[in-house]
Write a protein that binds this ligand. Structure first.
Ligand code: AP5
Length: 214
């Protein structure tokens, strides 16, 4: 069992690689962004609370996301967890450490996905996902084989995110550099950090992550 964090700015490819690790290694992706978006889609009280914050590209409170992760971790994961988009602050990182200790497990690796800001704008503004199975696509680099139909599940419910526009991306990037990037030093100091070139093509990034985990 291996528990890892995929760390990187918006559009670095965390979700894309998490899905691949689920398929290849039987790991379980825990994406706080996906959990929050699900709450918005279902119109729950939590969804209503976070909708405006997320649309502006700001981070929601530590208490909310720590609670979500704690609840999901109780289901367990034989192949280990992939923490995708969590932790995003030092407080969240400390909380994750405590949650893992409490369940008798450890954090094995933190994979930093390095990309540059110009590439992120292209990636974010070209992204769309399957509303049914969550598969991630891109207008130029990874379109569906049949236009309008998901390659994985055949659904025609393909959609774009409300926060995937150039203006909101600026705020998301500022939040990343101010609040999340200090985690790079935090995990380096713990001897857990490995960096991969997130600008390489999707298969190459997967290979690099596999090398790190093996
Ligand atoms: P979240 O959903 O986590 O978004 P994010 O971190 O901004 O990350 P993204 O999902 O945008 O990018 P990604 O790295 O997964 O890239 P992807 O694989 O899709 O968070 C959304 C919001 O929720 C936050 O702004 C915040 O408000 C809130 N939130 C969530 N977690 C929180 C927390 N812990 N604390 C507080 N608030 C929280 O790839 C992007 C595109 O690029 C795709 O189109 C893909 O096909 C393409 N692509 C991927 N890899 C490659 C490649 N190697 N080459 C070419 N194209 C590629």
């Amino acid at each position: 069992m291996t528990n890892i964090i995929l760390l990187g700015p918006p559009g670095a490819g965390k979700g894309t690689q998490a899905k691949r690790l689920e398929e290849s290694r039987g790991m379980v992706q825990l994406s706080t962004g996906d959990m929050l978006k699900e709450a918005i889609a279902k119109g729950t009280a939590l969804g209503k609370q976070v909708e405006g914050i997320m649309a502006r590209g700001e981070l929601v409170t530590d208490e909310i996301v720590i609670g979500l992760i704690e609840a999901k971790m109780q289901d367990g994961a034989k192949g280990g967890f992939i923490f995708d988009g969590f932790p995003r602050t030092l407080k969240q990182a400390d909380a994750l450490g405590e949650l893992l200790t409490r369940t008798g497990s450890t954090l094995d690796r933190v994979v930093e996905m390095q990309v540059d800001d110009a590439a992120l704008v292209d990636r974010i503004t070209g992204r769309y996902t399957c509303g049914n199975c969550g598969a991630v696509y891109h207008d130029k680099t990874h379109p569906t084989k049949v236009a309008g139909t998901c390659d994985v599940c055949g659904s025609t419910n393909l959609k774009r995110r409300a926060d995937d526009n150039a203006e909101t991306l600026k705020t998301r990037l500022m939040e990343y550099y101010k609040k999340t990037s200090p985690l790079i030093g935090y995990y380096y100091a713990k001897g857990l950090l490995a960096s991969v070139d997130g600008l390489a093509d999707v298969d190459s990034v997967s290979s690099e992550i596999s090398s790190v985990l093996d």
